[in-house]
Design a protein around this ligand. Structure first.
Ligand code: NIG
Ligand code: FE
Length: 442
C-alpha cells in the first residue's frame, strides 16, 4: 500500500482523543491552517502545517498525492444508527403523512415497520445486498466512512439472519465499514401479535444465540417505546444479548418517555438513541452512567414533528452527544450526514464544532471504535473527508449542498469529485468523476 500525502489544505478540523467528548469539550476541536496530512499503511502518520511536514519528513518521493485545493479536511463521518438492509418503499405512507396521518396511526393500521417487514421477508439475500450497496455508495459520496446497520425487518430467525448476512457481505465488498446490530425486537411480528412473550422467548433463546454463534452482529438493540416493547421486555432482550457478547444499544424515548434512557444507563449500554421525549431523570441517568446519546434529528424533520431531542440540555448535563441518520424507509429516508449536521446546528442548537465532534469521534466511540477512527491524529486509521469549502463552518453555513470533494478510506482515495474548491484554485485531475469502487455484490 503506497503512502498518501494530502497537501494544500486551507484547514484541518478535528476533535481530539479516543473517548467521547462531553460538556465544553464537545466543541473543543483542533484546527490546523495551511495543513498537510501524511498517511502510511492505512494510518495517519502526520497531521500539521505544511512547513512542519517539510522539516520532519523532507522530500517525500514515493507517495501518492491528493491536492486539497484549499479545502477543509475532516475525519470521515461515522453514522452510528441506520436500518440499511430493507426492501420495498413506503412513499405511499409518506403521502398519507403529508395529508395529515401520523406515523403511529399508519403503524397501527398495519403499515409502518410491518409493511417493510413484508417486503424484506419477500426479498432474496442477494437483492438485499445490492440495495445495501446502493445506499452505501450514497453514504460514501456524502462522506460517511463507517456506519452501524441494524436488522429488524425480518422478525424471525431466518429473515433476521438474512438481513445480517446481507450487512456482512455488503460491508466486505465496499469501502464503507459496517458494524451490525441485531434488532429482532423492532416490532412484534404479525404471527405473534397476541403472544408477545413467545416472540421474546424466540429472540432470547433462538435468535440471539445463533447470531452470536455466527458472529453476525456485535450489538443488540430494542425499540423500547409505548406500544412496542416495554422497559422490562427490553431489559430481558438486551440482557440475553449481553450474555452472548452482544453489547446493548437502545431506541429510547422516541415518541413518549418510556424509561428508555434510564434502562440504557442501568445496563451500561453503548448508546441511547432518539431521546426526543427523554425526561429530566433520564438525562440525569445518562449523565451519571456515561452512556452516549445518539441523536437523530433527521427523524424529527422527516416525521414533521417540530420537536427535537433536548441536545443542549444533554450537553450541559455532561452527556456525550453523537449524531446519526437513522436511515430507514419510514421515519428518516436519508443517507446524508451533512444534512444531519445541518439539522443538528439549526434544530438541536449545536455549534458546528459540537456537531462535527458528534458526527465523528462521539459516533465512533458509541460503536466502540474511538481508538481507531473518529479523529485525525497520528496512529488512527486514515478515514478522511475532503470538503470543497474553506473552513468547517461551511458545513452548516452553506447548507443543502454536498460539500464532499474526496473521500479517503484506510489511506486510499476512494472518491474524487471534479469541482475545484475555490475560484482560481488549481485543479489537477481530468475533471471527470471517478467510477465508484467495484463491488462483488454477488
Ligand atoms: O428508528 N423507531 C423505530 N425504528 C425506526 C423506524 C423504522 C421504520 O419506520 O421502518 C426509527 O425511527
Ligand atoms: Fe432507528
Amino acid at each position: 500500500m503506497s503512502d498518501l500525502l494530502i497537501t494544500n489544505l486551507a484547514e484541518v478540523a478535528t476533535p481530539i482523543g479516543s473517548s467521547p467528548r462531553r460538556g465544553n469539550d464537545q466543541g473543543a476541536i483542533q484546527r490546523y491552517a495551511n495543513a498537510a496530512v501524511l498517511c502510511r499503511d492505512g494510518h495517519i502518520a502526520f497531521v500539521g502545517s505544511e512547513s512542519e511536514l517539510g522539516e520532519r519528513f523532507g522530500e517525500l518521493a514515493e507517495v501518492s498525492r491528493l491536492d486539497g485545493r484549499r479545502g477543509t479536511l475532516i475525519p470521515g463521518f461515522v453514522d452510528a444508527h441506520t436500518h440499511l438492509p430493507w426492501a420495498g418503499s413506503r412513499e405511499h405512507e409518506f403521502a398519507q403523512r403529508l395529508a395529515g396521518a401520523t406515523y403511529q396511526e399508519i403503524s397501527a393500521a398495519g403499515g409502518g415497520i410491518l409493511s417493510t417487514v413484508r417486503s424484506t421477508r419477500a426479498a432474496a439475500e442477494d437483492d438485499l445486498v445490492k440495495q445495501v450497496l446502493v445506499r452505501m455508495d450514497r453514504m460514501l459520496d456524502l462522506g460517511t466512512t463507517t456506519a452501524e446497520a441494524k436488522s429488524g425487518y425480518g422478525l424471525n430467525l431466518d429473515d433476521e439472519l438474512k438481513q445480517l448476512r446481507a450487512i456482512r457481505r455488503a460491508g466486505e465488498s465496499h469501502p464503507v465499514d459496517l458494524k451490525a446490530t441485531l434488532l429482532a425486537a423492532h416490532e412484534t411480528p404479525p404471527e405473534y401479535r397476541n403472544q408477545r412473550e413467545r416472540y421474546l422467548d424466540i429472540i432470547c433463546q433462538d435468535i440471539v444465540p445463533r447470531v452470536a454463534e455466527e458472529k453476525l452482529a456485535g450489538f443488540s438493540d430494542v425499540f423500547c417505546e409505548h406500544g412496542v416493547f416495554s422497559a422490562d421486555e427490553s431489559r430481558r432482550v438486551l440482557a440475553a444479548g449481553k450474555r452472548h457478547g452482544l453489547l446493548p444499544r437502545l431506541h429510547a424515548d422516541e415518541f413518549v418517555d418510556s424509561g428508555g434512557a434510564e434502562l440504557a444507563a442501568e445496563l451500561g449500554a453503548l448508546s441511547a438513541d432518539h431521546l426526543i421525549a427523554i425526561s429530566e431523570t433520564g438525562i440525569e441517568a445518562l449523565s451519571r452512567s456515561g452512556v452516549t446519546a445518539v441523536l437523530l434529528p433527521g427523524t424529527s424533520f422527516f416525521l414533521m414533528k417540530h420537536t427535537y431531542a433536548p441536545a443542549r440540555r444533554l450537553i450541559d448535563a455532561g452527556v456525550a452527544v453523537a449524531l446519526a441518520t437513522d436511515c430507514n424507509p419510514g421515519s428518516s429516508h436519508t443517507e446524508s450526514m451533512p444534512m444531519v449536521v445541518v439539522l443538528a446546528v439549526f434544530e438541536l442548537g449545536l455549534s458546528v464544532e459540537e456537531a462535527l465532534t458528534a458526527a465523528t469521534l462521539n459516533s465512533a466511540c458509541s460503536l466502540g471504535l474511538g481508538d481507531e477512527i473518529g479523529s485525525i491524529e497520528p496512529g488512527k486509521r486514515a478515514d478522511l473527508v475532503l470538503l470543497d469549502v474553506p473552513n468547517a463552518l461551511h458545513l452548516a453555513y452553506h447548507y443543502g449542498i454536498n460539500p464532499v470533494s474526496a473521500v479517503v478510506k484506510n489511506g486510499q482515495v476512494v472518491r474524487r469529485e471534479r469541482t475545484p474548491c475555490m475560484p482560481g484554485s488549481p485543479s489537477n485531475d481530468s475533471g471527470r468523476r471517478q467510477p465508484p469502487e467495484r463491488h462483488n455484490s454477488g
